[in-house]
Design a protein around this ligand. Structure first.
Ligand code: SAM
Length: 325
């Protein structure tokens, strides 16, 4: 079948198998779906039906999410004391539990979360959201994998909390977020038809960049309603951990970044968003991508002349390998 993986990505495979891929894609329903209710109970999604979850929850103890946590926990204000850290995570835990239910054996959950620094009850400290989520998911039966660190380049390289140059009372700058990775135990079924893997392959340059532990990616402009991540984050994760035609879920969909990227790359995108106005205004086409759009997207990513700018948002991601001299 000529399916040996190519260091250049999927184009060599596509060049010889396009008719099969087209025929198969024509029979697929890749219509994205969004539900405007809490992901604590994703009743619309059958158990074991999701291949990949890419998400970013509201971050406990980060000020912009205080009102949401006060509302969903039924509190007059948030945070009132350091114990509210665990109360907020108790709310997120219910969503993680349902994520485990809907994931298929071998399916991957990727959670982007940042820690928080905050003075509560007169004490300034770090609230380690990444550690709390890791432990909850591990105890809940998912297998932790090596996480990624997302470092956002800053225009303020010397941002520093402390007193001049005098030890010992200074603080390390919080300038990384985590992308936690987990796998649901169990034996996965191989992709059917098998060519779904070959048409989804990435290049050697992408592999070298994406599978190194520190990602330098510029943040997205923040909006009042939500805190979107840049498309580059879900784009890499969708390409790394899912195949064409797979089902990708975002239980905290926000402005729909994961869903948009998943749809563009020929995955079935499913999302939940608690905020009704966000859910109804999501920047996401309601129909499925056409077969031509999907194939054009793959070609555009790999067939580009040397000297073109890199993928938007990425600091050092080559969009494609330069052609051999
Ligand atoms: C950090 S934002 C997600 C941003 C998203 N990654 C994007 O790029 O726009 C978290 C979102 O989760 C939503 N949310 C909070 N609790 C939820 C729940 N139980 N179910 C579904 N959505 C929830 C919030 O309304 C918010 O829009």
């Amino acid at each position: 079948m000529g399916t040996s993986p190519s260091p250049e990505g999927p184009l060599p495979f596509l060049a010889t198998h396009e008719a099969e891929v087209r025929h198969w894609l024509e029979g697929m329903d890749l219509t994205p779906r969004v539900w405007a209710h809490s992901a604590e109970e994703m009743v619309e999604v059958p158990p074991g039906s999701v291949d990949l979850i890419v998400t970013s929850p509201p971050y406990p103890m980060v000020e912009r999410w205080d009102a949401l946590f006060a509302r969903v926990l039924g509190l007059p204000s948030f945070p009132r004391d350091p114990g509210d850290f665990d109360r907020a995570h108790g709310y997120l835990d219910r969503v993680w539990e349902d994520c485990r239910r809907v994931l298929r054996p071998g399916g991957i959950l990727a959670v982007n979360i940042g820690d928080a620094t905050r003075t509560v009850g007169g004490r300034f400290l770090c609230y380690p959201n990444h550690a709390r989520v890791t432990e909850a998911l591990r105890r809940g039966g998912l297998e932790p994998l090596v996480p990624l660190l997302w470092k956002k380049p800053t225009n303020k390289p010397n941002a520093f909390l402390g007193s001049g140059f005098l030890p010992p009372h200074a603080y390390v700058t919080l300038d990384c977020e985590h992308i936690l990775l987990f796998r649901k135990p169990g034996r996965p079924l191989p992709p059917d038809p098998p060519f779904r893997r070959y048409v989804s392959q990435y290049s050697k340059a992408e592999r070298d960049l994406w599978f190194s532990q520190v990602w330098e990616v510029r943040g997205a402009p923040q909006t009042r309603e939500t805190a979107p991540f840049p498309e580059e984050i879900p784009r890499r994760l969708v390409r790394m951990f899912s195949c064409l035609g797979d089902t990708v879920l975002d239980p905290f969909a926000g402005s729909g970044t994961t869903l948009r990227v998943a749809r563009e790359w020929g995955r079935r995108a499913l999302g939940y968003e608690l905020d009704l106005s966000l859910a109804s205004q999501m920047d996401l086409p309601s129909g499925p991508p056409t077969v031509q759009e999907i194939l054009d997207r793959i070609r555009a990513e790999y067939r580009c002349a040397p000297g073109l700018p890199p993928t938007p948002g990425a600091i050092s991601a080559p969009r494609s390998r330069p052609p051999p001299r």
